[in-house]
Design a protein around this ligand. Structure first.
Ligand SMILES: [Zn+2]
Ligand SMILES: [Zn+2]
Length: 137
């Protein structure tokens, strides 16, 4: 189904497709940028470039390069130093949304939260039974 939306880049209206989340014009621009990035990173001396160096070398926005990586357009397998920042601490990572440390931290936070939830539930249950107990008498 055709879905009209505003291009996140330039604000123009366009029909969203699976492969395109920006308008025709911006998509062309992105493709050009991708070509530049790809050409740059494929040179042997640039294989180990970081995202920052790639951005400097091509003039392409870091954010856009990150998008290429996230959408899988730029495959990381051949480029050991490429990656994108962890959503929490900005460490460069190569998969998922968070780095190992932040994932661990999140897990601890989650389990604390779950335990707290469990405790509240128990407390509620207990209150309920006391309530019913009182009613009976
Ligand atoms: Zn656009
Ligand atoms: Zn992190």
């Amino acid at each position: 189904m055709a879905e009209l939306m505003n291009c996140p880049n330039c604000g123009g209206l366009f029909v969203k497709t699976n492969i395109r989340d920006v308008c025709e014009n911006c998509y062309k621009e992105e493709s050009k940028a991708f070509e530049m990035v790809y050409k740059f990173i494929r040179r042997r001396e640039n294989r180990t470039a970081t995202i920052f160096e790639t951005s400097e070398g091509t003039g392409v926005d870091e954010e856009l390069i990150i998008k290429f990586i996230r959408t899988g357009r730029l495959q990381l397998a051949q480029f050991p130093n490429l990656g994108y920042p962890c959503q929490k601490c900005r460490t460069i990572i190569r998969e998922g949304n968070l780095c190992i440390d932040c994932t661990k931290e999140l897990r601890t936070e989650l389990s604390t939260f779950e335990k707290e939830q469990e405790r509240m539930k128990e407390l509620k249950e207990r209150n309920k039974s006391t309530y019913f107990a009182e009613k009976k008498f």
